[in-house]
Structure formats: C-alpha cells, structure tokens
Design a protein around this ligand. Structure first.
Ligand code: ARG
Ligand code: ZN
Length: 385
C-alpha cells in the first residue's frame, strides 16, 4: 500500500514521469517491477524518494537521449530508402505499401479502410492466393501504440516473408492458398509520425477534444469491451485515457468496422505490441476465464515454444488480466467477444533493457522468432477451420 501511495505521489508530483511498464501509475500493484522514464532534472529527487522508501532501484538506460540516437545508428546511405532491418518513417512505409501491393497482384492487394484523425489513409494489405470466393482469413495489426516501433517493423517483415516464401515454404504456401491474411502495418499512423518528428515516447492517438488541452486517447483502451471499467483512465491527460466513448478514436472505429464487415471470414485476430515478451489472450477486462481458455493457452504455449527454439527468447503466456494487469477496452477482448476465437496480443522484445528503444540490430532476430510463433498460431487456425 505504501508503495502504491508513493508511486502515485511521484506520478502526480511529477507529471513528467513517463511510465513504460506498466503504462500508467494506476496499473502499479504490489511486488511488480516498474520501469519509469524520468526527466534528467528530476532523477535525483525520484531516486531519493525511492531509496527512502526502501524500494530496490536500478538504472536500465542512463541517458535516454543518447540511446535514442544510438537506436537509429548505422543509417543506410540514403535515409529515404525503406529497409526491413531499420525503423522506417511513415513516409517510407507509405511508399513501401504502394510498391509492395502492386508487386504481385496474384498474392497481394490493398484497400483503404478510412483515414486517421489527421487524415492519413489507413491501408490494409490482403495477402493470399487470389480466389473468386471469400476465403477464411486472419487479421493482424501493428503499431496500435505509437512508440512501439518493433511492432510496426514486424508487420513489414511478415508481408515480405509471406511474399518471398510463398511457393518454397510449404507452411506459408498452404496458409496463403487456403486463407487470406489482412495486415494493417501501422494502426496509429498519426501517433507513429509524431514519435518520429516530435516526441519519441508518444503512445496515444493525436485526437483533440474541446473539453481538454491534452491530446489523444489510448487506442487499446477505446474498444467496446468492458470499456473504461478497469486499468484505464478517464483523465484525457493520462497515457491510458479510454477516450470520450467506445470507438471515439476514428482509427479504432475504422478497424472495428472493417472487422465487423468481414466477421464471417475472420478466424483469428493478432495484435502486435512491445515490450515484455508476452503472448496474451482474453480476458483483460475481467479475471473470468474465456470460454476457450484451455485451447487458447495450449496454442499460446506451443507458439512461445516455437519462438524460443530460434534464439532462446523466453515468452510468458496467459490471459491478460492475470498475466499482467486487468485493463479494459482492448482490441483482443473486443475481437474475441465479437466471435473471433483465436485472439492474441503479442508483446515483443525485450524485457526492459532497451524497452521501446530496442536497437535496430535486434529487428531481424525479433522478427524471425516472432514469425515462428505467428506461423504456429496460423497453422493451428487452419487445422481448425
Ligand atoms: N500492454 C498492452 C496494453 O496495455 C497489453 C494489452 C493486453 N490486452 C488488453 N486488452 N489489455 O495495451
Ligand atoms: Zn502497446
């Protein structure tokens, strides 16, 4: 209780304390590790408060500014060129979406599902062998949270791998022959652009409300699934602000509409976040077990094992509420309650050493291992159509 009060105090006293894990002070509970980002001017004060309270402390990243610059080191000679092993700006991703979607009309097409708050087009890529009839499908999104750059990198990697291994890898070939995979490479484009141009640690959308000067809502607290009942904030200035109503964020509304429209074909929903190395499934808005809990757990454990087999990266699997914290209004719970049984949230590398600033040198190994987990899940889905 003391710890809770104290952290609450630190958070309130210093509005600038940026919670990395968990994502806000309200989600802090007893006996957990908390990763905080503290402005240089306040480090002594925060350190003293934590020391005096007898909390164990350690420094993960001494100089965030330096780490941010290092993360983008080894730039390609031409910074305009898209690369699968770099963090690409939205401009580069947009150009990549255009070129890749016209590269192989037999396997890939795109559609705009609406615009973001600031008017950027949300493109969904449809990957799968062309067919005259509607195929069963999987929906995957990346970049719900702006600062989770490795997530966005994974969607690009997945598209590349799907196209380049179709015809040679039997699992991928089988998947794309039988199913379509819808990929939304960047969900929260306005926020993602903002992390490249203004504030690297931005998480939310960029929507404005007349009632507050604070900007944005948490696009993973804005879905109509126990909306704003737990682990979310009704304060517009919080990083976990649930929004003014369910689907108040146009990006959430666009994706929810798309999934509702294609509900009869969508068999799995995958949403990619970072960091913590977790494979989560419903529920997060309640501690009650999902109807398909044991199957979801078995598949998650198989997927984690497949992931680990490549570089030894350890993942923890389980339902969101019990595995990390209860948090309502998430896309995974919403999709599951809509009837999409295989609904999973990935939290990619790492466990806090670099956090959101995962170096570009880790993009390739992270994407490679994650492919194994995603393919494990898709193959289970395929066998159970
Ligand atoms: N770190 C993620 C978040 O806070 C976890 C999401 C888990 N799912 C959920 N519905 N809360 O958004
Ligand atoms: Zn996230």
């Amino acid at each position: 209780m003391k710890i809770l009060l104290l952290l609450g105090f630190v958070a309130v006293a210093l509005a600038e304390v940026d919670f990395w894990s968990p994502e806000s002070a309200d989600l802090v509970t007893i006996d957990i590790d908390v990763d905080l980002h503290v402005p240089a001017a306040h480090t002594d004060m925060v350190y003293t408060i934590l020391q005096q309270s007898g909390m164990e402390t350690g420094v993960l990243i001494e100089d965030l500014q330096a780490q941010m610059e290092e993360q983008l080191d080894n730039r390609t000679p031409d910074p305009r060129v898209h690369s699968y092993t770099k963090y690409n700006s939205w401009d580069k991703i947009q150009a990549w979406i255009s070129s890749i979607s016209s590269s192989n009309p037999d396997l890939i097409s795109r559609q705009v599902i609406g615009n973001t708050y600031e008017g950027r087009p949300m493109n969904v890529l449809k990957i799968g062998k062309k067919s005259s009839s509607t195929k069963p499908s999987i929906f995957m999104d990346c970049g719900i949270h702006a600062r989770e750059w490795i997530s966005t990198a994974f969607c690009q990697w997945f598209v590349k791998e799907a196209l380049s291994t179709y015809g040679s890898d039997s699992e991928m070939t089988g998947l794309l022959n039988q199913m379509d995979v819808y990929v939304l490479p960047v969900f929260n484009i306005d926020g993602y652009d903002f992390t490249h141009n203004s504030n690297r640690m931005w998480r939310k959308t960029r929507s404005r409300m007349s009632s507050s000067s604070c900007i944005g809502a948490d696009p993973n607290r804005n879905w109509n699934a126990g909306w704003c009942t737990t682990g979310a904030s009704s304060n517009p200035c919080s990083d976990t602000f649930c929004g003014s109503s369910p689907e108040s964020e146009i990006e959430v509304k666009n994706v929810a509409d798309f999934i509702r429209r294609n509900k009869s074909s969508i068999k799995a929903y995958l949403t990619i976040h970072s960091y913590s190395q977790l494979l989560l499934f419903p529920y997060s808005y309640t501690f009650e077990l999902a109807e398909h809990h044991s199957e979801l757990m078995t598949v998650a454990e198989g997927a984690s094992k497949a992931l680990r087999s490549l570089h030894g990266t350890q993942y923890t699997s389980g339902p969101g509420a019990a595995t990390i914290y209860p948090a309502a209004g998430g896309s995974d719970d919403w999709a599951y309650d809509l009837g999409v049984k295989y609904s999973y949230t990935f939290e990619l590398r790492d466990t806090g050493r670099y956090g959101f600033l995962l170096p570009e040198s880790q993009i390739k190994p992270t994407c490679e291992e994650t492919m194994l987990a995603v393919k494990y899940i898709t193959s289970h889905v395929q066998k159970n159509l």
